[in-house]
Design a protein around this ligand. Structure first.
Ligand code: FE
Ligand code: CA
Length: 454
């Protein structure tokens, strides 16, 4: 059989004592045969895995075998437990005579640790829009953990202005085999594979993993629920997440705690949503109670959608209903808690922003109750945006940059530092890494350092 490790390896969901290891077998990743996703025959394949403390697999070796099943798209999710906290590990797989690349992962620190955490935030990677050079640079940083805040794939197909073609894939994904093909196309990218192999990931989804701007159960039709179920299953099959979908649902909101420094509350702004609620009552209760009792310095919301108020001059106010501006009461309930160390990360808008969260966005003199950092996109094109005009109209917003990139962050007991990394072009490979802004918070308000605007 041909090498089945064409989609790379990944790890995720770091806990102080364990991680998930992931791979998905695909001998022919671009196959469009609905009966053979990834070109794999419809039978189980035995996969062996190894994990060790060193890259040559000589120290503290652990190993086992697991079946890659056709019903899960020949993906494997290995839960490794009993590991040491705050420690690097290396892992690899073997199957059908082939061997995977080696991945590096890292457990979360001990709950009592006050060691700084280095993390990256990425989002929005439309394949046709360009190369994932930003991921190559992110991989070189080897952060402790990578958060992905959505639009990992796009369900539609770009017709014009394509930098690189999807190939023989269907126009829009709606069935399981089509979502599987779309993930396989994206995952053949070597820079994306490098980013997964460099650090454990904790992903959440936005809309394009299913359908542009969908909410909850969509139109409530059986057809939409089938489509959503297929998309959620393909998401699970292609991410190193701990939980499997059940009955068409996939539990996504969760927290990942890094010692006494940071509690990352990863939100799901899609599955439980309807016209009146962004999170749904159960997730909102979970979030509000955790925010209050969380015993850490930084209480971090990791989620896709622009959180602060953003008035765009000349814009129809209805346009932004897909952001938190469409759910101001729910946002106000979070901000009214006035918990110390509140930080929100978001994406979705394809430009980079940062700002302060106000107790009353209409009153620039009101208390600052948190900060927000918005990642632009790995490759997805931005809308035409007059950044300076929006900054002038929204005094709580402090930073704008229109380039592709990701966020490189360090949280410590004293401060949270966020570097806006960027590349000048994605229509060809090889763009050098730039830092276009570096912002620091010590708990109230934002300070800009080393800003170089274009
Ligand atoms: Fe996007
Ligand atoms: Ca989006």
């Amino acid at each position: 059989m041909a090498n089945p490790f064409t989609l790379g390896v990944a790890s995720g969901e770091p806990l102080p004592d364990g991680v998930m290891l992931w791979t998905r077998l695909a001998v022919d990743p671009l196959s469009t045969d609905p009966k053979r996703p990834g070109g794999m025959a419809p039978r189980a394949v035995e996969v062996s895995w190894q994990l060790a403390e060193d890259e040559r697999f000589t120290q503290g070796l652990r190993q086992g075998t697991i079946q890659a099943l056709p019903v899960w798209g020949h993906s494997v999710h290995v839960r490794v437990a009993g590991l040491r906290a705050g420690t690097d590990y290396f892992y690899r797989f073997r199957a059908s005579g082939g061997q995977s690349p080696v991945g590096r992962t890292r457990t979360a620190p001990d709950p009592a640790s006050s060691r700084p955490v280095r993390f990256a935030v990425a989002n929005c990677q439309r394949y046709e829009h360009g190369y994932y050079t930003a991921y190559r640079h992110l991989a070189d940083e080897r952060p402790d953990v990578v958060f992905h805040v959505g639009d990992y794939i796009y369900e539609s197909r770009q017709a014009a202005g394509v930098v690189r073609a999807l190939g023989p894939l269907p126009g829009e994904t709606s069935r399981l085999h089509e979502y599987r093909q779309r993930y396989a196309r994206y995952k053949t990218d070597p820079d994306l594979q490098a980013a997964h192999a460099a650090a454990p990931w904790v992903p959440t989804w936005d809309d394009h993993e299913v359908l542009d701007n969908y909410r909850g159960k969509g139109d409530g039709s059986a057809a939409f629920l089938r489509r959503r179920g297929a998309a959620y299953q393909a998401y699970y099959e292609n991410q190193p997440v701990r939980v499997r979908p059940e009955d068409g649902n996939l539990q996504m909101y969760r927290r990942r705690t890094y010692g006494t420094v940071a509690d990352f509350m990863v939100l799901d702004v899609r599955q439980h949503r309807d016209v009146t609620t962004m999170l749904g009552p159960t997730q909102e209760q979970w979030l509000l109670s955790r925010l209050v009792i969380s015993p850490v310095k930084w209480r971090v919301l990791m989620q896709p959608l622009f959180f602060a108020r953003r008035v765009v001059p000349g814009d129809n106010p209805g346009v932004r209903r897909d952001s938190w501006d469409g759910h101001p009461a729910e946002r106000a309930r979070i901000l009214a808690l006035n918990v110390p160390g509140l930080v929100v990360f978001s994406g979705d808008v394809h430009n980079a922003w940062a700002g302060e969260l106000k107790s009353d966005f209409a009153d620039p003199g009101s208390a600052t109750v948190g900060v927000e950092f918005v990642g632009s996109s790995i490759s997805s094109r931005p809308p035409e945006t007059d950044g300076p005009a929006v900054l002038a109209r929204n005094p709580h917003l402090k930073f704008f940059d229109p380039r592709r990139g990701y966020l490189s962050c360090t949280a410590s007991a004293e401060e949270l530092r966020v570097a806006f990394r960027a590349v000048d072009f994605v229509d060809r490979r090889g763009a050098p890494l730039l830092t276009v802004g570096e912002l620091v918070t010590k708990g109230s308000g934002l300070t800009l350092e080393n800003t170089s605007s274009k």
